[in-house]
Ligand binder design. Structure first.
Ligand SMILES: [Zn+2]
Length: 264
């Protein structure tokens, strides 16, 4: 037990996780910060430096700059504070001119963003950007073809399911898209923003898609049975879920209600 779990240090040939010490009901074991390095190349890319926690940021920097490597670029999967808050501090610690690229301009350092179809070729790596809104409006996923790895941020987690702050319709579209992409590309692993690495991307995505459909059916049934507010829906549908997660569940239910209202 404890935050120094098997998650810290996990990864693939090119990706290595440094687990941030911020565990909670919402962040599972903590935020996964990812260091990407092409073997034999001196420049590395860091994805989601994590919270504004200097000890964590210094630990990431020490791992990233081992063997005289240097940090060339910072990327964000989305703007939630547990992923992005420490990004600017980290970039400054990492050296002059280190930029932060994010979908949302508010989280960038420098003027380069991230958009669908971008191909990042820093440090001999190749990363492709997929826009996958739903967890948040600004969520992106990175595809690391050399390792067959999909880096999903909070769009797909290593355990449990994702809370939606974006639109459910967007999220369902993103899951379908990731499912199709993973099948076509032959993805071998999901490297999530929280929780362990997942070695069967298609099974995980099928589970996520089924879970969303089931929850949606439950919300529809609760509304049909007379639940009128998100809170009332949560009390019926999430009765078996820890109450500390109910506020987050209410967000998810809001987006489901919105989806049901605007569907058709
Ligand atoms: Zn998030």
């Amino acid at each position: 037990m404890g935050w120094m779990s098997e998650i810290d240090g996990m990864g693939t040939e090119r990706a290595r996780c440094v687990l941030a010490p911020n565990p909670s009901a919402m962040t599972l074991d903590g935020t996964n910060t990812w260091i990407l390095a092409e073997p034999g190349v001196g420049e590395v890319v860091v994805i989601d430096p994590g919270p504004e926690d200097e000890r964590h940021l210094r630990r990431v920097l020490a791992e990233a700059t081992a063997q005289e490597r240097r940090v060339a670029l910072v990327l964000l999967t989305h703007g939630h504070a547990d992923h992005s808050e420490g990004a600017a501090t980290f970039a400054r610690l990492a050296g002059d001119g280190v930029r932060v690229r994010a979908f949302d301009p508010r989280h960038r350092l420098g003027d380069e963003g991230l958009a669908e179809g971008d191909v990042i070729t820093t440090g001999g790596l190749e990363l492709r950007v997929l826009e996958t809104p739903g967890h948040t409006d600004d969520s992106v996923t990175f595809w690391l073809p050399a390792d067959g790895a999909i880096m999903t941020g909070d769009t797909v987690l290593g355990s449990g399911t994702t809370v939606l702050a974006g639109k459910l319709g967007d999220y369902l579209g993103s899951l379908d898209r990731l499912r199709a992409f993973a099948a076509e590309a032959g993805a071998a692993a999901i490297l999530p923003g929280h929780g362990p690495k997942l070695d069967d991307p298609l099974a995980v995505l099928d589970h996520y898609i089924d879970h969303r459909r089931q929850r949606l059916a439950q919300v529809e049934a609760a509304v049909a049975a007379g639940a009128r507010t998100a809170r009332e829906v949560v009390e019926r549908v999430y009765a078996d879920v820890d109450r500390s997660l109910w506020p987050a569940a209410e967000w998810s239910v809001e987006s489901q209600l919105e989806y049901l209202r605007t569907r058709d």
